[in-house]
Design a protein around this ligand. Structure first.
Ligand code: ATP
Ligand code: MG
Length: 409
């Protein structure tokens, strides 16, 4: 990690050697001061993009209209952005056009929160005109400048405030919070994709219950009645999310907690412009949980054998994670009851393992092919997996005959 910073220092030095100013800025400064791992380093400078491209031949012009050039050094990318201010804001969204300026202070002033509005030179000297370091110490998210005006300029900042509070487990400073309550309806002007990205980060954060609690408190989900209902009814269970491994599982657990049915789950996912694939995966988990009905904290006896056989092994493993999160007591260890154990204890787990095929049944029972084959095979699988029917051709054919007769009566 130190290595990454050393590389970036070389970029700062090159810029300075050529008569420009250059600083580390934004998220990386915040995270260094917090002792968190830094994955990407942003640099700001009074050099214009053309100068940056000239000084660093190995570059990608990733966002020239915003003043950003990505510089590659030793295979690592660094975003170098010219000091800038933003043009006029339209429709509560960030402006397309920007204006380059020569003063670092102006560049810091356009940034959203004090903890994100600090710069640091290559000797670790901090430029902190808005008290970001004090707010880090006090664990506060505070808007730079007049909070209400800043949220009106760009309503996405409303969710960013919540996101940083959830990721860092910080509080929102009272004046900033009051402004959020005032301006919450403006979030409806923001594209669903951008909202989704912030929501993902909140759901996936270290303190999701804090983030979701803030959304409920400020009314930020008001733009979608489904999302609003989801968060209002699930936020007391949201602490469980940190015990889950994937975003899909996290959304599914919230939706189960809010008693969503699979159709509501799908609808909300698509509203948030998740992919069809994600929507289906989440809806499937919600369906499985709705069928298994785990109580919070108390493992119940559930009839899960049939569900497991239908869902298959990969889904079974993920559903087990979900159940463990449902049964996770605040202090205790996770539950020892396990779907995986139940699955593994079955003598037979899939149609492929049965001692007869559909073709065998057709021949033995002398019947025409038809939908009956799939139905009878599933019946045989359940009987062998769960009810002790021996997995031999003789026993299976005999049971198949009984099942067909039963069905015809
Ligand atoms: P992360 O670690 O999640 O990337 P970050 O602070 O780097 O956190 P980014 O979204 O990458 O967040 O933005 C980089 C910087 O740009 C922020 O630290 C902030 O100074 C500024 N910034 C980003 N989005 C906005 C915005 N909507 N309004 C004002 N400033 C912003
Ligand atoms: Mg960043």
């Amino acid at each position: 990690k130190e290595l990454l910073k050393e590389l970036a220092v070389r970029i700062l030095r090159t810029l300075e050697d050529n008569g420009y100013e250059a600083y580390f800025v934004g998220g990386c400064v915040r995270d260094w001061l917090l002792g968190r791992t830094v994955h990407d380093i942003d640099i700001c400078t009074n050099a214009h993009p053309g100068d940056v491209m000239r000084l660093f031949p190995d570059h990608v012009p990733t966002g020239l209209q915003h003043g950003t050039v990505s510089v590659r050094l030793d295979g690592q990318m660094f975003e170098v952005t010219t000091y800038r201010v933003e043009g006029t804001y339209e429709d509560y969204r960030r402006p397309k056009e920007v204006r380059f300026v020569s003063d670092l202070h102006l560049d810091l002033e356009r940034r959203d929160f004090t903890i994100n509005a600090m710069a640091m030179d290559r000797f670790d000297r901090l430029r902190d005109p808005f008290g970001g370091r004090d707010d880090l110490r006090d664990r506060l998210i505070r808007a730079v400048g007049t909070a209400e005006r800043r949220f009106r300029e760009d309503a996405l900042r409303l969710l960013r405030a919540v996101r940083f509070a959830a990721q860092l487990d910080f509080s929102i400073e009272p004046v900033t919070l009051a402004a959020m309550e005032q301006t919450a309806p403006l979030l409806s002007h923001i594209a669903a994709e951008r909202i989704r990205e912030e929501l993902h980060k909140i759901v996936d954060s270290a303190a999701p219950q804090k983030g979701i609690g803030l959304i409920v408190q400020t009314g930020l989900a008001g733009f979608s009645p489904l999302l609003d209902r989801l968060f209002r009814t699930s936020h007391e269970q949201a602490w469980r999310l940190v015990h889950l491994g994937t975003l899909n599982q996290k959304w599914a657990l919230l939706m189960y907690a809010a008693r969503f049915d699979p159709q509501e789950a799908r609808t909300l996912c698509l509203q948030l412009r998740m992919s069809k694939r994600e929507a289906e995966a989440i809806a499937q988990f919600v369906g499985l949980l709705a069928a298994l009905r785990p109580d919070w904290d108390e493992p119940r006896d559930v009839e899960w054998g049939r569900l497991l056989l239908q869902a298959g092994w990969p889904v079974c493993m993920e559903t087990d994670n979900l159940l463990q999160a449902c049964w996770w007591k605040r202090k205790d260890r996770r539950s020892s009851r396990s779907l995986i154990a139940a699955y593994e204890s079955m003598p037979v787990r899939s149609l492929r393992e049965l001692a007869v095929t559909g073709r065998d049944l057709q021949a033995a029972l002398e019947r025409k092919p038809g939908e009956w084959i799939q139905r009878v095979l599933m019946h045989l699988l359940e009987q062998t997996a769960l009810h002790g029917l021996p997995n031999t051709p003789e026993a299976l054919v005999e049971e198949a005959r009984r099942e067909v007769a039963r069905h015809e009566h």
